[in-house]
Design a protein around this ligand. Sequence first.
Ligand SMILES: Cc1cc2nc3c(=O)[nH]c(=O)nc-3n(C[C@H](O)[C@H](O)[C@H](O)COP(=O)(O)O)c2cc1C
Length: 287
Amino acid sequence: MAAVSNAGGLGILGGTIYTPDVLREQIQKIRENTDKPFGVNFLARSPFIDQVLEVIKEEKVKMVTYGVGNPEKIIRACKPHGIKCIPVIPQVRLAVQAEKDGADAIIISGMEAGGHVGKLTSMILIPQTVDRVKVPVVAAGGIADGRGMAAAFLLGAEGIQMGTRFICVEECPVPLSTKQFILKAQAEDTIVTGNITGMPVRCLRNRMSETFAKMEMEKKDPLEMAMFGSGKMYKAFVEGDPEEGSVMAGQIVGLLEDIPTCQELIERTMREAEEVLAKTTLRFKHQ
Ligand SMILES: Cc1cc2nc3c(=O)[nH]c(=O)nc-3n(C[C@H](O)[C@H](O)[C@H](O)COP(=O)(O)O)c2cc1C
């Protein structure tokens, strides 16, 4: 995470999985490894939300991103301390509401993304959100190189968020077996499960996700399904079992071919975006 910030990106700590005490330790660890800005992400409806917000204030985190849940509490807790509040949102009308609630920017997240997804694509979400809100829009979902970055900018976004791409970087502690499984996957190899739970998740097709999808089709008992799903991300991303674990990844997965360092990835992405934007401008000039 610190490596992303050191390389010129804005590293975001995925704080949802931590108890407040561990979150504090993780933030302090990042500080030992970078003096650059970084953010913390969490679930707005976390059962620990009050303690999480306390940790964020006490540790003087500069910005937070958050999904799912009532944003009022977060904005009320963070804004007086100058902490930028940036919700992750899958719908235009929710983006409009978030701006009214006081969000400093919006991360608009297309359904191509890995992890929790909505129903709309980045291609249609970005321009419609940009037209409806005044705060900066950050595009997430389906971006893994400079072409994607340039496209998002052409649609009006002012920043991008990449998730799937950053699993396959050298500094990411995910085991090589899972990284290699991701590198082998193609655009068609993802599946969305969890529709019936109201929290759909995009992950790669494997034994685990196919079994889960079958259980959904057979309308198995939700408790049985929750038990089956429990600990499966840990299995993939910590234990390195990409067949029995939940390998959350987006449809852009087919574009990934290597495991660069964060520095290489960010520099390459910026260079590609500049080149593709310059070429596009030239093409229009010559018409
Ligand atoms: C393995 C994985 C874990 C993720 N965990 C979170 C999370 O905890 N909180 C969150 O807001 N988004 C999470 N996301 C979504 C990313 O932050 C990002 O918005 C998304 O991956 C962008 O789309 P992309 O996968 O096409 O790059 C996760 C994505 C992946 C692939």
